[in-house]
Design a protein around this ligand. Structure first.
Ligand code: SF4
Ligand code: F3S
Length: 85
């Protein structure tokens, strides 16, 4: 799966949501609660590892989980937690 990391916080450019073929990045700008969310998150159950979102992000916030920089390793869990209930 792919993971959104710290550079998304405060940025929330949302270009990633426009290119994801399976619509697994939330919240989008159309969803209730978007303004309150710190960042966007990728659903690890839905992501098909297509890599499209990596190029789309202007702040390079998205990584394949196995290439996630060490200092952002918590973000794999943070992304999954958004979809946990
Ligand atoms: Fe969506 Fe592809 Fe990015 Fe996964 S890798 S979140 S499927 S755009
Ligand atoms: Fe965040 Fe980059 Fe998407 S800033 S909302 S991961 S395009």
């Amino acid at each position: 799966t792919y993971v959104i990391a710290e550079p998304c916080i405060g940025e929330k450019d949302a270009s990633c949501t426009e290119v994801c073929p399976v619509d697994c990045i939330h919240p989008t700008q159309d969803e209730p609660g978007y303004a309150e969310a710190r960042m966007l998150y990728i659903d690890p159950e839905e992501c098909i590892d297509c890599d499209a979102c990596v190029e789309a992000c202007p702040v390079d916030a998205i990584f394949p989980e196995d290439l996630l920089p060490e200092q952002w390793s918590d973000f794999a869990r943070l992304n999954a937690d958004y979809y946990a209930n």
